[in-house]
Design a protein around this ligand. Structure first.
Ligand SMILES: [Zn+2]
Length: 244
């Protein structure tokens, strides 16, 4: 009989201590508190307590897993949101940089490209009665058109950067219309300043031999562009007609 003893775990009904008992017997004595208890009750108590513990453990484990997963998911979502925020900020920075660069380029173009953003460079100098002086650059040529009632005079001067005269021409013509062209390709060089002065005689008393006055304009050309155009000046003699 001793060899066939079947020992099973049980729980003392008095103190709860876990003991091994012989299932074949009716009662046993607890080694912890000395209480004599019914084995059947003690075994049932052990199983119930064991199963409950197991179940609670399972539930707790499951809950723990869920919480862990939730935490991971929340962290991933947070990372994703932060990454989206960073990307949005990057895109914004890039767009802002491109806008700035474009504005700067446009500003530079407006500053340095001849003719951009301002007028065509043409200037109508003066107009009195039937007489006009008209200076403009067209297709690389400077045109000085003087249409005078009587005498028309024009001077063409070129200066280097030190102000030394490189070229000087003076013409006068007595006719209704006069037109001249200074060819930019041939004559306009880097660092050379060209000054064209043109005048017409205003003489409304046709019997008079001496003109009453002259209307004079001056145009300054640098790098094929009109950079300065004077308001028409009235002079009494052509000796006053020197702008330099
Ligand atoms: Zn006990």
């Amino acid at each position: 009989m001793e060899n066939n003893l079947k020992m099973v775990p049980a729980k003392c009904t008095q103190c709860g201590g876990v003991v091994e008992v012989d299932e074949a017997k009716k009662t046993a004595e607890c080694p912890f508190c000395g209480m004599t208890f019914v084995i059947e009750d003690a075994v049932k108590d052990y199983n119930v307590s064991f199963n409950v513990n197991d179940a609670v453990k399972d539930v707790l484990d499951f809950a723990g897993e869920q919480m862990k997963e939730n935490r991971q998911r929340r962290q991933e979502e947070k990372k994703e949101f932060e990454s989206t925020q960073k990307n949005f900020f990057k895109v914004f920075l890039i767009i802002f940089a491109i806008s700035c660069a474009f504005s700067l380029i446009m500003f530079v173009i407006m500053q340095f490209v001849p003719g951009a953003g301002d007028d065509t460079g043409e200037t109508t100098a003066t107009e009195t009665a039937d007489s006009t002086i008209d200076c403009y650059i067209k297709d690389g040529c400077l045109y000085t058109e003087v249409r005078g009632v009587n005498l028309a005079v024009w001077k063409y001067q070129a200066f280097d950067s030190m102000g030394i005269t490189l070229q000087y021409e003076e013409n006068s013509i007595d006719r209704d219309s006069y037109e001249s062209c200074v060819t930019a390709e041939e004559n306009v060089d880097e660092g050379v300043r060209y000054v064209v002065t043109a005048a017409y005689e205003d003489d409304f008393t046709t019997e008079s031999t001496d003109p009453l006055y002259y209307s004079v304009v001056r145009v300054v050309i640098e790098n094929s562009e009109i950079v300065e155009a004077s308001e028409p000046a009235i002079v009494n003699s052509l000796s006053e007609y020197d702008f330099e």
